[in-house]
Design a protein around this ligand. Structure first.
Ligand code: MG
Length: 376
């Protein structure tokens, strides 16, 4: 059956972040959401590069998977050429409609949902430490949703020369509604609320309702929603669902491709960063902690036993207590527990986690060591 698509889209900085590193793409029949990561605005560069490259490559006739691979290469190449953007990356969740077929590609912890006959189904798997533990049965859904490290990604676009991209197809029907969203939405809004919002007649009203709910529930992260409603009709027809004069962060009416980046958010006032330590904030955190380390060194007060991280010594993985830094000749860390597992035995995604040297509590660092298989 041929289907007609109507869309709505919105991105919002949320209530606690200083910048919006999310981006979305509305270029019917292609739709995408990206959630960038990296310090010094690199997350914004990564998500913007992803949607731009995806739109261009797909528009040139390349298959969706090849377009996503091109986006990965574009981000990685740019990061290699700009040391201050080293390590930047982004999630990517995208769908291309082809007749009644939804063709998806996915990397990271942004999500694709399907609302069908009132039932909500998550179509994508989260490529996150918590998502993997959930699939392995080591966490319950409730534990996963409240886990302090639910933002740690195991796969991202642009952080390696090549990336494993999930690709899947879904047979769509008239009456189906698709949602692509960043974790600032899925982490804050319940499935019941998402289902109810997607049931609204107007897809733009649905996107607004979802963003509003995420803000109401704390707005701790950037929030992005792309809603696509399908109805019976000529598949070549794409109706615009948006009113004229929409805010800049919304996808405007029409069939022209729309790339919206977080910087155009209509969100509320940017406040201080949230209390959670996210990977997406890692560079800023590290800088702050190094400044703290210098202060500690100058004062001669080496009270460094309360923070931990996973690092590498002579090629082998270690849990360290302290800070990954030196003040003059003084190392501000010590081996807390040594492993015989070699760094080179890790997957690229696991190496990324180690490379980040996120500061953690002792229990968190040991949990990460466990997840990396350091005691095997
Ligand atoms: Mg996010």
């Amino acid at each position: 059956m041929a289907l007609t698509a109507r869309h709505g889209a919105l991105t919002d900085i949320g209530l606690h972040r200083k910048a919006n590193e999310d981006a979305f793409l509305v270029a019917p029949p292609l739709y995408a959401v990206c959630d960038g990561m990296g310090g010094a605005l690199a997350g914004e560069v990564a998500s913007r590069t992803a949607v731009e490259t995806l739109a261009t490559a797909f528009g040139e006739g390349r298959p969706l998977l090849a377009a996503a691979e091109a986006a990965n290469a574009a981000i990685y190449t740019r990061a290699c050429a700009n040391p201050e953007q080293s390590g930047m990356g982004t999630t990517l969740t995208a769908v291309a409609l082809e007749g009644a077929l939804g063709h998806f590609v996915h990397v990271g912890d942004s999500r694709a949902y399907l609302l069908r006959d009132g039932g909500l189904e998550q179509l994508s798997d989260d490529h996150s430490l918590v998502g993997e533990m959930l699939r392995e049965g080591r966490l319950t859904v409730a534990e996963a949703s409240a886990h302090p490290h639910r933002s740690i990604l195991t796969r991202a676009l642009g952080t390696e020369p090549e990336v494993a991209i999930d690709e899947f197809e879904v047979d769509l029907r008239a009456g189906d509604t698709l949602l692509l969203c960043s974790d600032g939405l899925s982490g804050a809004v319940s499935n019941d609320e998402i289902g109810a919002a997607l049931g609204l007649d107007d897809p733009q009203a649905a996107a607004r309702r979802l963003v509003s709910l995420a803000r109401k529930h704390g707005g701790h992260d950037n929030i992005t929603a792309v809603v696509v409603q399908l109805a019976a009709g000529d598949s070549t027809q794409v109706e615009a669902a948006l009113a004229a004069g929409a805010p800049a962060a919304e996808g405007p009416a029409g069939t022209e491709p729309v790339l919206v980046f977080g910087g155009a958010s209509d969100g509320g006032p940017g406040g201080a960063p949230g209390g959670e330590q996210h990977v997406r904030r890692r560079l800023g955190c590290l800088t702050a902690m190094l400044a703290l380390a210098a202060l500690v060194g100058l004062m001669g007060v080496l009270t460094i036993s309360t923070v931990f991280y996973v690092g590498v010594d002579d090629g082998r993985l270690m849990v360290y207590s302290g800070l990954p830094a030196k003040v003059g000749p003084v190392r501000l860390h010590a081996v807390y527990r040594a492993s015989t597992v070699r760094y080179t035995s890790l997957t690229p995604a696991q190496r990324l986690l180690v490379d980040q040297q996120d500061l953690r509590s002792r229990s968190s660092a040991m949990a990460m060591a466990e997840a990396l298989g350091m005691w095997r």
